[in-house]
Design a protein around this ligand. Structure first.
Ligand code: FRU
Length: 521
């Protein structure tokens, strides 16, 4: 059965105005309606595909009618929205999953073409067997992801026993064992399966059920990928990342993610194609490594198929939190992606840490507005009173002086501001959105989010993206990250550089306006 034949290769470059209140301009959001998790991230024949959880007729999630929305990009920063790719049917809704480029036709779906795309996703509400509503299914595409055909042998994987949580397959090609590997979230554990043809799957191992302090919410959207340590291609480690849902019948004495609600954690270790072994034994809640210290980075997964010559590990996340996702005040659409981020591992004082850096391609969108160097800021100064920042990149390096706190006030008006500051005494970077704008849709929204960040050679470096209704903050070259939504009035555009209780030296500051990502033809 062919799922979406219409609009083959349609150029659908501008299907919305993208000018609505709160609409981000260089973060991807669908023209209309609801969006959550990124799905099926794959690079194939010159295009990055971004599929995503999409409800096509409502700004609220309609779980029984969940589709895979679709967008493509040639450079990771300009995106074109295409018609929804995989639509729900008698086999259930199309929940999260992944896509692979089957270059050697291991699946047998591409006998004429030689290669093609295979999507592996969860059918939710499937009736194949009672008590097993979540099963894994395949669809394949012979035309670069424009149309998809369901595999008649679906489902390809069912849970061994009755359970409501068995989902979000992330499949990749494991070179060393020459097999496809699937990481799958099964309530309190990640299960690994292997396959030679994407159709038949064998259970290999599980990770997580006995790890303490990680079971507050159900596990979702796992990923496992190899990353060079300190940029050394000869020394790579495996990273297992997973999302933890909000208040989902888990162990309420286990800690929440740092900013509450749903969030993401990671483990560094070894994977042999069958089992994952974490380097670190989790002995206390302090051993848990969180990926983001803001509220709004969830379900991130990495792109499959990035060419070896490129070699980067790149992911994108849904900028939201299940605690209030359905209540956000945007009207025409609801939900957007983060910027694509490159992942690295860096050796730090406390051991190996995951680093996230906005992809270098973002420089294509950059229009420099102000550049300052070697300035001393004292309380009461605001060198940026003439600068506005509605869709901007701010890159700054400070040298700690006598100020006890310094930073930026963004999206500022007489009644609103979002503060990004560094607390010198507590060595903490923070984003304070208590007075950022609309927040009455959920009692937990107005909050200050903090992450420990030690100065390096007395310096603090920040890269900030501010865009419509969202902010991404990367501290000291991506070692500390805070991702947060904010809903200021469009008139709140001011910017302030501030210092409290003494002075701080600005080594360098570059502010750029960012061009929008919409492909216009
Ligand atoms: C994560 C998630 C997934 C599920 C999807 C449904 O945000 O709950 O586990 O597949 O969203 O839209």
């Amino acid at each position: 059965m062919c799922i979406s034949k219409e609009n083959k290769f349609i150029k659908n470059a501008r299907i919305g105005s993208y000018e609505e209140k709160y609409r981000p301009q260089f973060h991807y959001s669908p023209a209309k309606n609801w969006m959550n998790d990124p799905n099926g991230l794959v690079y194939y024949e010159g295009e990055y595909h971004l599929f995503y959880q999409h409800t096509v007729n409502s700004t609220s999630p309609d779980f029984p009618r969940m589709h895979w929305g679709h967008a493509v990009s040639k450079d990771l920063v300009h995106w074109e929205e295409l018609p929804p790719a995989i639509t729900p049917g008698e086999d259930g809704a199309i929940f999260s999953g992944s896509a692979v480029a089957d270059m050697n036709n291991t699946s047998g779906f591409f006998n004429e073409e030689g290669s093609g795309l295979v999507a592996i996703y969860t059918n939710e509400g499937n009736q194949a067997q009672p008590g097993k509503p979540q099963v894994q299914s395949l669809s394949y595409s012979r035309d670069q992801g424009r149309t998809w055909t369901r595999f008649e042998g679906n489902p390809v994987l069912l849970p061994a026993s009755e359970t409501a949580d068995f989902r979000d397959p992330k499949v990749f090609w494991h070179e060393e064992s020459s097999k496809w590997v699937m990481a799958l979230a099964a309530r309190d554990r990640i299960e690994f399966y292997t396959s030679e043809d994407l159709r038949a799957w064998s259970f290999a191992s599980e990770f997580g059920s006995t790890v303490p302090f990680v079971h507050r919410g159900v596990f979702e959207c796992p990923d496992i990928f190899q990353v060079p340590v300190d940029n050394d291609p000869n020394n790579k480690k495996w990273v297992l990342s997973l999302s933890v849902g909000d208040l989902n019948g888990g162990n309420m004495s286990d800690p929440q993610p740092p900013a509450g609600g749903s969030g993401m954690m990671y483990f560094i270790g070894h994977f042999d194609g069958q089992s994952f072994i974490s380097d670190k034994i989790i002995e206390s809640i302090h051993d848990i490594q969180w990926i983001d210290f803001g509220s709004d980075f969830y379900a991130a997964v990495t792109w499959n198929g990035i060419p070896k010559e490129d070699g980067r590990v790149i992911w994108i996340g849904w900028m939201n939190n299940w605690r209030y996702a359905n209540k956000l005040p945007s009207l025409e659409w609801r939900g957007n992606m983060s910027l694509p981020r490159e992942i690295q591992l860096r050796t730090c004082l406390g051991g190996l840490r995951l680093i996230q850096l906005p992809v270098k391609e973002l420089s294509k969108l950059r229009n420099p507005m102000s550049t300052l160097t070697d300035l001393v800021i004292k309380p009461g100064d605001n060198l940026l009173s003439e600068v506005t920042a509605l869709k901007a990149e701010i890159i700054a390096e400070f040298e700690i002086g006598t100020a006890i706190e310094f930073g930026f006030k963004l999206r500022k008006s007489s009644s609103q501001e979002t503060i990004i500051g560094y607390d010198v005494v507590n060595e903490a970077l923070f984003l304070d959105r208590t007075n950022a704008g609309s927040a009455d849709f959920h009692p937990d929204f107005a909050a200050k989010h903090t992450v420990t960040l030690k100065p390096e050679h007395k310096r603090i470096q920040v890269t900030i993206y501010v865009d419509g209704s969202n902010i991404e903050l990367f501290g000291n070259e991506g070692i500390a990250v805070i991702t947060d939504l904010v809903f200021p009035e469009p008139e709140s555009q001011g910017l302030e550089l501030y210092a409290v209780g003494g002075s701080v030296k600005v080594i360098s500051l570059q502010i750029s306006d960012m061009t929008g990502l919409w492909v216009r033809e």
